[in-house]
Design a binder for this molecule. Structure first.
Ligand code: UDX
Length: 432
C-alpha cells in the first residue's frame, strides 16, 4: 500500500517506520524543514527504543521517504494518516489549527480517491469537520473518505506497542475505507474493532481518561493508606486481582504526566462542557493528580525538616522511563518547586538531560546517579528508570551526607532500604 504520513512526530514517525517495515511504501511529511533534513540523514529526533534502527533499515530498502511537500504526499499516497499535533488551547480545548491547515491543503491537492485517516487524538466529530474542509478546498468533485484509527502506543515502548496492540480500532463510514484499512492491518493478529467514525474518535479520549482515572484513584488510595498506616501496593494488588479491575495502571506515584493524559483530559472536559454534560469526574482526576505532587512535596518537607539550603539529588526528570520527553513531567514541576523553596538541586537522568538543561536554569547536572548523590542531604527518585532500581545501596548510603531517600515511584522495598541504613519515604507506605 502507498501510505502517506502527515506529521512526523512521535506517533507519525513510529507509524510510518512500522508500516514501511511491514512492506508498505511510505512517505513521511512534516512542515519542519530541519526535522525532515535530520530524518533524511537517518538521525533520531527523539529517544525511542528501536525506532532509529527501524527508520534506517527501511530507508536503505527504499521503503520510507521524507518530504516537506504536502502535495507530493497527497499525490503519492492512497491512504493518508493525519499525525499532526493537537495541543491544548488556553481553555483546554484541543487546538485543531494544524489539522485544519493540513485538511485544506489535502483538498487543494486531491487528484483522485484518497482515504484520509485520523491517527492523532482528536475530539469527537472532527472527522465530519475534516470532510467539510477537504471538500470545500477541492476544485473538482473527487470522492474521498475519512476514517478514524487512533493510535494507543506509549512512549518508550512505541514500536513494540505498535506491533502488538491489545486491539485496533477502525472507524469508517464506507466499505471502501474499511477494506483499505483492513488490508493495511492484515498482518496484525489482534482483535480489530470496526465502528463508525464518531465512536472510534470517542474511544481514544475515553480510554486515556479512564487510564488517568485509574492512576488518580490509586493515588487517592495512597493518601488514605498513609493516614491510616496501610500499604498502597497491597491495596492495588488486592484490587487488581479482581479481573474486572485489572492490575495495570494502579502504580501510585507522583502523578501522571506526558504529552497525552493531561492534554486529553482537558480536551475531553471541554467536549463534555460543550455538550452540557457534567464533567466533574474528569475534573477530579486532574485535581487529584495536581494534589499528589503537593502531597509529595509536603512529605519531602517533613522528611528534611526544611527544604531551604538543602542539597537535593534528583534522580529522573522525564515523565516516565525510556523516553527523553519532559512534557508535563511531574519531576520538572517538583524540581521547580524545590528550587523556589531554596533547595540546591543536582539532577541526573539517563536520557533527558540535554533537553532539561535548556529548561531548568540555575541547576546542576551530574554524570550519573552516584555523582548526583555525593554529599547531598537527600536523594529524590522521580522517574523509575531501570538503573535506579539497581542502585548499589551501600554506596549510596556512603555518598549521601544524610541517608534520606524520598521515592516518588515506590521502586524499593522499604525493609531493604532500612537494612541498608537508609531513611526511606515512599508513596502510600509507612516510612522506615
Ligand atoms: C499514554 C497511553 O498509555 C497511550 O495508550 C496513548 O497512546 C498515549 O498516552 P504515554 O503518555 O506514552 O501513553 O505513557 P503511559 O505509560 O500511559 O504513562 C503516562 C503517565 O502515567 C506517566 O507519567 C506515568 O508515570 C504515569 N503512570 C502510569 C502512573 O503514575 N501510574 C501507573 O500505574 C501508570
Amino acid at each position: 500500500m502507498k501510505i502517506g504520513i502527515i506529521g512526523s512526530g512521535h506517533v507519525g514517525l513510529v507509524t510510518g517506520a512500522c508500516f514501511a517495515d511491514l512492506g508498505n511504501e511510505v512517505i513521511c511529511m512534516d512542515h519542519d524543514i530541519a526535522k525532515i533534513k535530520l530524518l533524511k540523514r537517518g538521525k533520531a529526533l527523539f529517544y525511542e527504543p528501536g525506532l532509529r534502527e527501524l527508520v534506517q533499515k527501511n530507508m536503505s530498502k527504499g521503503r520510507i521517504h521524507f518530504t516537506t511537500s504536502i502535495s507530493d504526499t497527497v499525490r503519492f499516497a492512497k491512504v493518508i494518516f493525519l499525525c499532526v499535533g493537537t495541543p491544548p488551547k488556553a481553555n483546554g480545548e484541543a487546538d485543531l489549527a494544524a489539522i485544519q491547515r493540513v485538511a485544506e491543503a489535502i483538498g487543494r491537492n486531491l487528484n483522485g480517491y484518497r482515504l484520509i485517516v485520523e491517527k492523532s487524538t482528536v475530539p469527537v466529530e472532527t472527522g465530519s469537520r475534516i470532510y467539510k474542509m477537504i471538500a470545500e478546498n477541492c476544485a473538482r468533485k473527487i470522492s474521498f473518505d475519512i476514517a478514524s484509527n487512533a493510535e494507543f502506543l506509549r512512549e518508550g515502548s512505541a514500536v513494540k506497542d505498535f506491533y502488538s496492540p491489545d486491539r485496533i480500532v477502525i472507524g469508517v463510514e464506507s466499505a471502501k475505507a474499511k477494506s483499505l484499512l483492513l488490508q493495511i492491518y492484515k498482518p496484525f493478529k489482534v482483535p480489530i474493532l470496526i465502528t463508525d467514525v464518531k465512536s472510534a474518535e470517542l474511544i481514544k479520549h475515553a480510554a486515556n481518561s479512564f487510564l488517568a482515572m485509574k492512576i488518580s484513584y490509586i493515588n487517592l488510595m495512597s493518601q488514605i493508606c498513609e493516614k491510616v498506616g496501610a500499604n498502597v501496593e497491597k491495596v492495588a494488588e488486592g484490587m487488581g486481582g479482581d479481573h474486572r479491575i485489572g492490575k495495570a495502571f494502579l502504580n501510585a506515584g507522583i502523578g501522571f504526566g506526558g504529552s497525552c493524559f493531561p492534554k486529553d483530559l482537558s480536551a475531553f472536559i471541554a467536549i463534555t462542557e460543550r455538550l452540557q454534560i457534567p464533567s466533574d469526574l474528569l475534573k477530579v482526576v486532574v485535581a487529584i493528580n495536581e494534589s499528589q505532587q503537593k502531597y509529595f512535596l509536603m512529605k519531602a518537607e517533613q522528611g528534611l525538616e526544611k527544604i531551604k539550603g538543602k542539597k537535593i539529588a534528583l534522580l529522573g526528570l522525564s515523565f516516565k522511563p525510556d523516553t527523553d520527553d519532559l512534557r508535563n513531567a511531574p519531576a520538572m514541576d517538583i524540581a521547580e518547586e524545590l528550587k523556589a523553596k531554596g533547595a540546591r538541586l543536582i539532577a541526573y537522568d539517563p536520557c533527558a538531560m540535554p533537553a532539561a538543561k535548556k529548561l531548568l536554569k540555575g541547576m546542576q547536572f551530574a554524570e550519573n546517579a552516584y555523582e548526583a548523590c555525593r554529599d547531598a542531604d537527600a536523594c529524590f527518585i522521580l522517574t523509575e528508570w531501570r538503573e535506579f532500581r539497581e542502585l548499589d545501596l551501600k554506596r549510596l548510603k556512603k555518598l549521601l551526607k544524610h541517608p534520606i531517600v524520598i521515592d516518588g515511584r515506590n521502586i524499593y522495598d522499604p525493609e531493604l532500604m532500612k537494612k541498608n541504613g537508609l531513611r526511606y519515604y515512599s508513596i502510600g507506605r509507612r516510612e522506615v
